[in-house]
Design a protein around this ligand. Structure first.
Ligand SMILES: NC(=O)c1ccc[n+]([C@@H]2O[C@H](COP(=O)([O-])OP(=O)(O)OC[C@H]3O[C@@H](n4cnc5c(N)ncnc54)[C@H](OP(=O)(O)O)[C@@H]3O)[C@@H](O)[C@H]2O)c1
Length: 320
């Protein structure tokens, strides 16, 4: 167990430092096709969570610049308004709107979803991007561990609750969940809220990101005949406000070799633009290509039953 964990960490380090960096992006970009990004999204509705900062901001801007109607879900009105006016001004697209919701609260997610659904418009693209890595064990007023609340519970609840709107946009609808390569270091763990001793925020974040990949797989199975595609992805290591705050060591270690926010958002936008026939629902993507969900010999694969019991727990925690 200990040896396997050490192996996972080492393999992740090697993979990360060679592939997740800016130089990894530059190398992979040699195979990118320019025409893949020249697709327009006029008339398409996209909801991006955590859209005021980092990868979410770059994603919202990239979608808006291609004509999409973009709903930017942010928790802070002021930060949201600043980002909104910046995107309207750089893209000239006035069909960009701000939605306020603190995703750490399941009841706010529910109110938002009810309000958003009342307009009955089809939702073509949902980007579950908002996320955080909190090192201390903080509990929300609803009693949820904070990393879990935002990264997992909100992703689960929001996606489930806007599913009817996604189905309205079928067969072109898709859900893109911004996971992380950090998930390679952790298997699924049924202690979703890290209630045991020795809380470790980085480990909890990696576990959360593993759940997002498993959820994507599960949604894909459940909704295969509904015309909605589900994709999880890793943006690489990008120089965002989130990384400087939560992983200042990473910035220092690979200083100058972190990706830009646009490079981090590149695969999110690519997934939003490609014809669905080109993509595999349930898969994990990195740099515009399918990537493995597990590192070799890492022992992180889960059974169907294990994933099912995580989904059951989420269903009950979120009461939906
Ligand atoms: N950057 C990387 O190298 C990297 C690598 C792997 C995966 N990721 C993933 O990429 C995603 C975006 O991260 P980032 O690096 O761009 O970080 P970021 O700049 O900190 O952006 C995170 C976004 O999530 C929002 N958010 C956090 N808590 C929220 C809440 N309770 N309710 C609503 N919104 C909330 C933040 O809002 P505020 O601005 O109000 O805090 C912000 O808009 C995350 O899911 C992260 O796990 C990033």
């Amino acid at each position: 167990m200990f040896i396997q964990k050490a192996w996972r960490t080492a393999a992740f380090g090697v993979y990360g430092f060679t592939q997740f960096t800016k130089s990894g992006f530059v190398e992979h970009a040699k195979k990118f096709r320019e025409e893949d990004m020249q697709i327009r999204l006029d008339g398409k509705n996209c909801l991006v969570t955590g859209a005021n900062s980092g990868i979410g901001f770059a994603t919202a801007e990239g979608l808006a610049s291609r004509g999409a109607t973009v709903y930017m879900l942010c928790r802070n009105k002021e930060r949201g308004e600043t980002a909104l006016s910046q995107i309207r001004s750089t893209t000239g697209n006035m069909n960009v709107h701000l939605e306020i919701c603190d995703l750490s609260s399941i009841s706010e997610v529910k109110s938002f979803a009810t309000k958003f659904s009342s307009t009955d418009k089809p939702l073509h693209v949902l980007v579950n991007n908002a996320g955080l890595l909190e090192h201390k064990r903080v509990t929300t007023p609803e009693g949820l561990e904070l990393n879990f609340a935002v990264n997992v519970a909100a992703t689960y609840a929001l996606t489930e609750l806007v599913m009817p709107l996604l189905e309205k946009a079928a067969p072109d609808a898709r859900v893109i969940t911004v996971s992380s390569g950090g998930m390679y270091t952790e298997p699924l763990n049924k202690d979703l809220q890290f209630s045991g001793n020795n809380f470790d925020g980085t480990q909890q974040y990696a576990r959360n990101k593993r759940v997002q990949v498993a959820l994507t797989e599960r949604w894909s199975e459940k909704c295969s005949n509904k015309g909605v595609g589900f994709y999880s992805m890793h943006p690489g290591w990008a120089d965002t406000p989130g990384v400087s705050k939560s992983l200042p060591g990473l910035s220092e270690k690979i200083s100058g070799n972190l990706r830009s926010n646009d490079e981090g958002a590149d695969t999110v936008i690519w997934l939003a633009l490609q014809p669905k026939e080109k993509l595999t629902s349930g898969s994990f993507y990195f740099d515009r290509a399918e990537a493995p969900k597990h590192l070799k010999f890492a022992g992180t694969a889960a059974s169907h039953g294990q994933t099912g019991s995580i989904v059951d727990s989420l269903h009950s925690i979120c009461s939906i």
